[in-house]
Design a protein around this ligand. Structure first.
Ligand code: ZN
Ligand code: ZN
Ligand code: FE
Length: 747
């Protein structure tokens, strides 16, 4: 029995080929629990079979475990592939969607091939997987390809063990497979000659198109056409948040951005994420792509349709942004696309292969030579992650709220879901509920325990409590810490530095600047940033000037530059709110501290997307190598170390009034954060002798701060661990929740 990513990845044809080559008899069969193989033959041949099984594995396959038993010889001479077994119980793994492989690409552009220019070709090494799966075990009948009956030619390939498409479930051709569908601005189907060419011509003439991709619709326009980009921003009401671009090849990517070898590897990987790259000073794409941001999200084509389109537009770079309104979930079907995107796009390029699992593009970047994921979704999910500790029973972890993801844990393995966005949106939450059920079916998983965040108002928490299964609530920052520990196989104890925007604290206060000590099972809050009011609550998140005003009041100082910009009446009102403790929850959030500093130095007073102020500060900081430090003051209060933010605010306000450059202030602030982390860790080390430090929480998406913290801690003799498999933000929360729960139920 072979377990791992072994279904839908050409594993059975591979086993068949191997057995034939070695003259072995027997069979291979998909089971719900994995793939079972029976072989019979000479001992040396069986031994080479076992060896080659691992060394020659197909690109998309991954073996987690092989178990075997000896069986009686029955004189089997031939090897065959048996039909899938529907009844068996256990665990299987559906592969993530994979970018078009080289062999398929060659066919796509070969005029002599019967799939020449066919936008849906794929094989057992590439193509859609998770996004089309509707049930288990993985077979064509339980994918959205079920409605397409294979033609004789496709059927012959599908049944030929020597063929690359042997049992490739989504295989298709122009005769029998999905077709493109052109629609006008109103979503009315129209007849066009070559739909890709029609779409490409419209894009090149400055129009905005909506195109159905692998996991949802994209809105597309010519990235080099400033007018089209501005129009897309206007219609989408998305004025500042960066757009990603698709480039035709690495050369085109290099023209836009600086790329190192680690980044190149990610760009061309079969997962094909959006990779955040450093923009070149003079780019051919409009500045409006990512205004005021040194980074640009770049991705390479990952479906045959993308390859065809990129060729038709002559290698021009295209904006490809999620087909949605504001921050709603990306749309996946035609009716929804027309309803939501009409008025935003001028034309639609759809097709009739349904998307079953809504799956956004993954977003990642390289920090200090290591991948640092930001959104783990299409191409990554549901690739399993190995755990350092056994789950004694099946555990479902439901994650947070803003970056909905969940995890199924059983044995020493976790399956993390794709990204479902902000669960506040009804559509996102419905997808969450449906996809939890789908994953449970796909992986034949019945949770014995559900673990959730302590926040009572998270939709995921309410969902967990409503399932009628035993539940466990875990603290947000403990889960962040555990997530990073899990990735690195640490079972503790560690120092957990957990910085983010918000997380429900044990004392009911919003935490977000935490120094924890502990392991999976338990933690102690060793220190945190000074509590500060958030006047207006959620409003303070969108308006960093509110945090600046709160910090100024707390530090007992004024900042004349700030006062000149911001309405003095509004500031006075905020101060009254804070004094009367009206709608002003307290927080230790580092995210909010970044907001306050961003506003004080005059960089950002209002934001239109999450993390914008911190991103702007990071950019400013990366523009200078000069540095310095603001005063760091740490005091002990009731056995807990408190980082005093007042001396920092006093200095920043003073420098801002003295006209110090924003770049320098921002750089100093980042260095100060690193100094604070190392000073706190040293104090904790003195008491605990712990040298392992894990960095987690959304604030560690900031490259400048992360690198500075690593450097400082390294100098102090600490061993620093960062997240590289799952995002440090709330998208990675479910992994930590899972491990905490696993430790509580461990025997
Ligand atoms: Zn292929
Ligand atoms: Zn066909
Ligand atoms: Fe968080």
């Amino acid at each position: 029995m072979v377990r791992g990513t072994v279904q839908g990845v050409g594993f059975r044809p591979f086993v068949y080929g191997l057995a034939m080559e070695l003259g072995l008899g027997g069979f291979v069969r998909n089971q719900v629990s994995g793939v079972s193989i029976e072989i019979e033959g000479e001992i040396p041949a069986i031994e080479s079979f076992m060896l080659l099984l691992k060394s020659r594995l197909p690109t998309l396959a991954q073996i987690d475990e092989i178990s075997w038993t000896a069986a009686a010889v029955i004189g089997e001479k031939l090897f065959r592939i048996e039909a899938s077994d529907v009844g068996a119980v256990g665990q299987i793994v559906i592969a993530p969607d994979a970018a078009t492989c080289e062999d398929c690409l060659r066919e796509l552009f070969d005029p002599a091939d019967r799939r020449y220019r066919y936008p849906f070709l794929n094989c057992s090494n590439c193509g859609p997987r998770l996004t089309i799966v509707t049930g288990a075990p993985y077979d064509r009948g339980r994918t959205t390809m079920a409605k397409f009956a294979m033609c004789a030619a496709c059927r012959a390939e599908y049944e030929d063990p020597a063929n690359r498409r042997f049992h490739a479930q989504p295989t298709a051709c122009p005769v029998c497979g999905p077709r493109l569908l052109a629609m006008d601005a109103d979503g009315k189907a129209i007849k066009v000659g070559d739909a890709v060419r029609w779409f490409a011509e419209a894009i090149l003439s400055g129009k905005i198109g909506a195109m159905k991709g692998l996991g949802g619709y994209h809105l597309i326009c010519d990235a080099g056409n400033a007018g089209a980009v501005a129009e897309l921003r206007r219609r989408k009401h998305r004025y500042e948040k960066p757009f990603a671009v698709m480039v035709s090849d690495l050369g085109a990517a290099r023209e836009l951005c600086e790329i190192d070898s680690a980044e190149e590897e990610l760009l061309v990987s079969r997962r094909r994420p959006i990779v955040l790259l450093r923009k070149r000073p003079k780019m051919s794409v409009a500045e409006a792509m990512a205004p005021g941001n040194p980074m640009l999200g770049v991705m390479m084509p990952y479906t045959p349709l993308h390859h065809l389109l990129m060729k038709e537009v002559g290698g021009r770079s295209l904006v490809m942004t999620s087909g949605n309104r504001w921050d709603e979930p990306i749309v996946i079907d035609e009716a929804e696309a027309v309803e939501v995107l009409r008025g935003i796009c001028d034309l639609f390029l759809a097709h009739d292969r349904p998307i079953h699992v809504r799956c956004d593009d993954s977003v990642t970047r390289v920090v200090g030579g290591m991948e640092s994921p930001i959104r783990r979704s299409r191409g990554y999910a549901p690739q399993p992650i190995s755990l350092p500790m056994e789950c004694a029973l099946p555990i479902l972890a439901v994650g947070g709220q803003l970056k909905g993801t969940f995890a199924l844990g059983s044995g020493k393995r976790a399956i993390l879901s794709h990204h479902m966005g902000d669960l506040d949106h009804f559509k996102a939450f419905s997808a969450f509920v449906r996809d939890v059920a789908l994953y449970e079916e796909l992986f034949d998983f019945k949770p014995g325990l559900i673990v959730h965040d302590l926040h009572p108002d998270y939709s995921s928490t309410r969902y967990a409590l409503g399932r009628g299964i035993e539940c466990l609530g875990v603290q947000h920052h403990h889960a962040h810490m555990a997530s990073c520990m899990a990735e690195h196989g640490l079972t503790g104890p560690v120092i957990g530095v957990s910085f983010d925007g918000t997380g429900y604290g044990l004392d009911g206060v919003i935490w977000g600047g935490e120094f924890l000590v502990g392991d999976f099972r338990e933690f102690k809050r060793a220190g945190h940033f000074r509590y500060i009011a958030m006047p207006g609550g959620e409003k303070a998140v969108r308006e960093p000037w509110r945090m600046a005003a709160a910090h100024l009041l707390d530090a007992g100082t004024k900042c004349s530059g700030f006062r000149a910009r911001v309405d003095p009446n509004a500031v006075r009102m905020l101060e009254t709110m804070i004094r009367r403790k009206f709608n002003s929850p307290m927080t230790s959030s580092v995210g909010r501290l970044f907001d306050a500093v961003a506003s004080l130095i005059g960089a950002v007073d209002r934001v239109s997307y999450e993390g914008q102020a911190a991103i702007r500060l990071e950019e400013l900081a990366s523009m200078t190598s000069e540095s310095g430090l603001y005063p760091v003051e740490i005091a002990k209060l009731d056995e807990v170390w408190i980082v005093d933010t007042r001396p920092i605010i006093l200095s920043v306000a003073c420098e801002a009034d003295a006209g110090v450059e924003k770049e320098l202030m921002s750089r100093k602030f980042h260095s100060t954060m690193a100094k604070i982390v190392s000073e706190m860790c040293l104090r904790i080390f003195e008491a605990t002798k712990i040298r392992d430090v894990v960095l987690s929480g959304g604030s560690f998406m900031n490259r400048v701060m992360t690198m500075a913290v690593c450097e400082e801690l390294g100098r102090g003799g600490f061993v620093v661990h960062r997240q590289r498999l799952v995002p440090p933000n709330d998208g990675g929360l479910c992994l930590g929740q899972l491990m905490i729960a696993a430790s509580k139920v461990a025997k």
